[in-house]
Design a binder for this molecule. Structure first.
Ligand code: ADP
Length: 309
């Protein structure tokens, strides 16, 4: 194989009660990447279409992740990467994670899969380190593995793929405002009272159990975040109204996607997810805030190969 074209999905990290440990993979929102073998060794990024992002492989997460992988192998050729960016950077649905994950996935395929999907995660995390200063896996893991993922431990890294209920959909609204990841991290308290931790643990256990047993009521009852949402939501205009509207329209639950500003809702079935999206739109239509909105099935496969040459 000399060339691969792939679909690299957007992802939702945290999912309310899974602060810093849970993530899920979306299906209808994502970038495309084209990766080609080159005679020249090393990584080049020849084009980014759709967004202003650096072409310097040391400043683009795709280049950093790709180089992290190549450090572990001896290859006497290189790779060129083209990124077709549909996921806006800083939206909170894993824009940088998609590029980090896509770069390592594509190169691994061209090389005949020397690494398993799970083994690719630490390389993709190096890209995340460039984007946000910390090598977190809660977006790259679901992008690479698909479905829901749980980071059971960082040291050593252990990622578990969780069962996806068949009728589950996500609705995501992205208000076009800028929240710096550093700001949304800094508002979250470093210490958590025992009572708060107990509530969060109960909900996290409930959500995982609900996902495995496809118990939609239990999933809904568990979608609460006691740790980040009370503080982060203040940075997102109309957050409480959006959340109320989602629940009124029958969503199982709603919360902040990653560190925001996107807000997600989980829904049972596509029809309900569309209804929830109309409710979300109504709230922002009353304001001057521009927004994007997406309805997506949960993507159990993760990155998809579109073409190989
Ligand atoms: P998101 O949660 O949407 O990924 P982040 O704040 O984590 O947003 O990452 C976006 C940051 O990463 C921006 O500063 C952006 O310039 C930088 N970046 C570097 N390369 C890329 C890339 N290929 N795709 C997206 N963002 C990138």
């Amino acid at each position: 194989m000399n060339e691969i074209r792939i679909f690299v999905p957007a992802t939702i990290a945290n999912i309310s009660c899974g602060f810093d440990v849970l993530g899920l993979c979306l299906d209808s929102v994502g970038d495309e990447m084209i990766i080609k073998k080159t005679i020249k060794k090393g990584i080049t990024i020849s084009k980014v279409i759709g967004q202003e992002l650096p072409l310097d492989p040391n400043k683009n997460v795709a280049g950093v992740a790709a180089n992290a992988l190549l450090k572990n192998l001896t290859v006497d050729f290189g790779f060129d990467i083209v990124i077709i960016k549909n996921i806006k950077p800083g939206s909170g649905i894993g824009s940088s994670a998609a590029s980090s994950a896509g770069a390592v996935f594509g190169i691994n395929e061209i090389l005949g899969k020397p690494f398993s999907l799970k083994e690719l995660i630490p390389f993709a995390m190096e890209g995340e380190k460039l984007a946000s200063g910390s090598a977190h896996a809660d977006n790259v893991a679901p992008a690479i593995l698909g479905g829901f993922t749980l980071i059971r431990s960082y040291e050593p890294l252990e990622v578990i793929k969780i069962h996806t209920p068949k009728e589950l959909y996500a609705t995501i609204i992205h208000p076009q405002i800028e929240i710096k990841t550093i700001d949304s991290r800094s508002v979250v308290k470093k210490e958590v009272p025992l009572q708060t931790a107990v509530k969060q643990l109960g909900n996290l256990g409930g959500l995982i159990s609900g996902l495995y047993t496809e118990d939609y009521n239990l999933i809904g009852n568990s979608l609460h975040d006691e740790i980040a949402e009370p503080y982060r939501s203040i940075l997102i205009p109309e957050f409480e109204n959006i959340k109320k509207e989602c629940i009124k329209n029958g969503a199982l639950g709603s919360g902040i996607s990653g560190s925001g500003p996107s807000i997600f809702a989980l829904c049972r079935g596509k029809e309900n997810a569309e209804k929830v999206s109309r409710g979300m739109k109504q709230v922002y239509n009353k304001t001057a805030i521009a927004f994007d909105i997406h309805v997506s099935k949960i993507n159990e496969r993760g990155i998809k190969i579109l073409e190989t040459k």
